[in-house]
Structures are given as C-alpha cells and as structure tokens.
Design a binder for this molecule. Structure first.
Ligand SMILES: Cc1ncc(COP(=O)(O)O)c(C=O)c1O
Length: 428
C-alpha cells in the first residue's frame, strides 16, 4: 500500500473510531443523577417529579402538543440520537470500507448486548427491523401442513393476524382465535381461555406479552406451561414489553420464540427489533430468504435481509447505555405509576369506560379509555383539537376507546391536562 493510501485508510478508520469513542456527556450527567438516588426504592422514586424532570431534559420533546401516543414509537434521547447521526456520518464517509471491515463486529457487539439484556445466549438472538419481521419470520418459517392449528387472540396485532391468515390461504392451516377477558380475576382465567381452543392439531400459540390496544399484561409463564403440557409451541409478541417491563426471558418459562421492536420502549431509532428463538427451535425453522452460508441450527440463517441501514443497528448499544443508566426497575416502576396517576382520577367518573384491567400487576404504562356515547375517533380528535393531547383511537376487537401511552419523559402536569380533558368530555 502506498503511504498516501495508508494515510487515507487510517483517516477513514479514525472517523469510525472517533464516533465510537466520542464522549457521552449527558449520559455521564444522567448516571451521576441516578447514582444520587441509587439507595431509593424504585417505587418511592416513581412519584418524584424532580428526579424524572431531569430525565425529560435528556429528550427533545415537541412543545406543539402533549405526546401520549408513545406506543407507536418513542423518540430517542438526545444523546442517543446524536450518536445515531454520528454513526450515519461515519458509515457514509467510510461506506463500503466500513461495511467490508468493521460492520460485522459492530453488529455482533449490538447483538451480544441485546442478548445480555434479554437474558439469553447470543446464538439464540438476531437483530431484525421490528416485531413484524421477527414474528412473521417464525409464523412463515414453520413447516405447516394442511389442518395444523394455530391459536391467537382477537386483540393481537393486525400484522400477525394477517400473516396467520396468509398461512391459512397458502398451507390450509386452521386459525383459532380467542377473545381475551378484559379484566381477568386470575391468571387461570386467561390460561383457560387459551386452553379451551387447543386441540391435538394445535402446533403454535401466539400471545402478546403486553396487549397494545388495552395495556393488559398477560401471564406468559402460566400460558407457556399450559401450552407445553399440551405439546404446543409458544410465540410471544413482546413489542410492548421489552425495556418496559422488568424481566428477562428466564422469567417467562421456556418460551419458544420472542419478538420485539426496539423503537418503542428501548428508544432506538426507527427500524430495530430482535427475534429470539430457543436453541432447539432454530434448526426446524425455514428461513424466509435462502442463505447457504449458515448451518440449519445457526440462527443467522434467518437474518439474510441484504444491505440495510446499519447505523440503526449501531445505535442499539447507545440506546441500551441510556436505558441502563436509568435502570429498568426505576423505568418500569415510573411507567406503571404514571398510568395509575391518571387512571385512578378518572376511572370511576360517570360515562368513562376503561378497557384496561384494574389489577395493577396486570398493567404497565398503557391504558385505554373511552367515553360512553362518543366514538373513539371523535374522542381522539377532540382530545387533540380542544386539549392539545395526541392519542390514538382503537375501535375493534371489543375495544372502543383511545390508547394512552406515557413514557419516561411524560410529566404529571401533562397527565393532569389529560385528566381535565377526560373529565370535561365525559361530563358534556
Ligand atoms: C402488540 C404489537 N405487536 C406488533 C407490533 C408491530 O410492531 P412493528 O411495527 O414495530 O413491527 C406492534 C406495533 O405497534 C404491536 O403493538
């Protein structure tokens, strides 16, 4: 290599190394801030607005409206976003040199970090673009035979329900859909609702860890135990649970598959997720895209998506660093507290309808509220037009209301505004 080419390669490498090693001042400040509260129980810290206002200052949140639709995706913290932009610049500057040299190692590091956070082996996890890709990879990867049955709930996410419908058309599988009890008295009630539709032909049960339209947290461990007793595999839709609830995969029992998005609760840029497949489930799964480079029992065979925006994957580690600086126990406790903060104030008002369990342990940040006599779309429209509050209307699968999703940057003042708005709209 000529000296000038060597210099050029060195300076390209320096851009990458510089981006990776750049200081993370806000994160350091955040860590000190959290360290000062380290001795406090997360549940005592949950109502401490001074503590959480400092977390909010780590974000750039629009002042144009109150953002209570963080369930679709949530913004990255400012530092995470800046690091993401730095990754974009670095990848653009180094282009194919980066892709051909460092990319694989960087992606492996991100995958390792995710596996650590989820509590699995890195050989059981791949980075995907989102939950849809993760779960549909499993749903279409099984070697379905005509007459095989799959169990799901009407309250599951539409994309997956559609994908099962595609398997029905293509392979002749039978879909068995249950209606989830809205406010179950016990785990057994939920488990029984699933068990009732299992037959000797059932192969797969898909279940939400946290139902996105109602906010209900489902008893995955108990459902998995029942399904496995009946010889049925379990696919968990964790779109809303990962980095929101305080758990690792070991707490769920031996689920077979778990998929999630990282742009909802972990705070990565748009377009990141993961798929976990328990080790013994990898070999039998058919990949969507052929890849002769990997053995049948290597999970990377499921990950051949071609050239894609790698900067998103690089930002995963930055998002994890921010997430861990707060700590999942504190984050989870605050999110649940925020939901209780506003729901207890309006739940028993006349004309107010709740589509979320009352039992605290069956909920987290998300809740769904309706006003009797008002269509959900109209309620969402009026919340925005008259009160400056952005939500999303849910009007199907037995759920009629607006979904309210606060995040760690949501303030109690914003929720007071919501309480005032619902009180007014329900009394009109
Ligand atoms: C329960 C559930 N599953 C799956 C998805 C799909 O997530 P993504 O669009 O990130 O693939 C969502 C999105 O809101 C969801 O709420």
């Amino acid at each position: 290599m000529t000296p000038s080419r060597r210099d050029a390669v060195r300076s390209l490498a320096a851009i990458g190394a510089g981006a990776a090693a750049a200081s993370f001042p806000a994160l350091d400040t955040l860590r000190r801030h959290v360290a000062a509260a380290a001795s406090r129980d997360p549940r005592d810290l949950a109502p401490d607005d001074d503590f959480w206002d400092s977390i909010r200052r780590a974000y750039d949140i629009t002042p144009d409206f109150v953002q209570l639709e963080n369930g679709y995706f949530s913004p990255c913290a400012r530092e995470v976003h800046e690091r993401y932009v730095a990754h974009l610049r670095m990848v653009n500057a180094r282009s194919s040199h980066y892709m051909r040299t460092t990319q694989a190692d960087d992606k492996l590091a991100a995958r390792r970090e995710l596996a650590r956070l989820f509590g699995c082996d890195e050989a059981e996890l791949i980075i995907t673009r989102n939950t849809t890709e993760s779960l549909d990879t499993v749903i279409s990867g099984l070697d379905w035979r005509a007459g095989d049955e799959a169990v799901m709930a009407a309250q599951d996410y539409g994309a997956m329900l559609d994908h099962f419908a595609l398997m029905e058309r293509r392979h002749g599988i039978v879909r068995r859909e249950i209606a989830l009890p809205m406010d179950p008295a016990s785990d057994e009630e939920v488990v029984a609702a699933y068990e009732r539709v299992i037959t000797p032909r059932t192969r797969l049960l898909m279940v939400c860890h946290l139902v996105n339209i109602t906010g209900q947290v489902l008893p995955i461990r108990a459902i998995t135990a029942m399904a496995h007793r009946r010889g049925v595999q379990v696919l968990v839709d964790g779109a809303h649970a990962f980095a929101h609830l305080d758990f690792t995969v070991r707490d769920l029992g031996p689920v077979d598959y778990y998929g999630t998005s990282l742009h909802k609760w972990l705070g990565t840029p748009l377009g990141a997720g993961f798929l976990y497949v328990r080790r013994d489930g990898i070999a039998p799964l058919w990949p969507l895209y052929g890849d002769r480079g990997f053995a049948d029992d290597d999970i990377r065979k499921l990950n051949h998506t071609g050239t894609h925006p790698v900067a998103t994957d690089l930002a995963i580690r930055d998002a994890i660093a921010f997430h861990e600086a707060i700590g999942i126990a504190r984050k989870s406790a605050r999110l649940r507290w925020l939901q209780r903060y506003w729901t207890v104030r309006v739940r028993d008002l006349p004309n107010v309808v709740f589509n979320t369990p009352r039992t605290e342990s069956r909920t987290a940040a998300i809740a769904n509220v309706g006003v009797r006599g008002m269509a959900p779309g109209e309620l969402a429209r009026r919340l925005l037009a008259e009160h400056g509050i952005f939500t999303v209307a849910i009007d199907g699968a037995g759920v009629h209301g607006v979904r309210i999703t606060p995040h760690v940057f949501t303030t109690t003042a914003e929720l007071d505004r919501l309480v005032h708005a619902i009180t007014q709209l329900a009394s009109a």
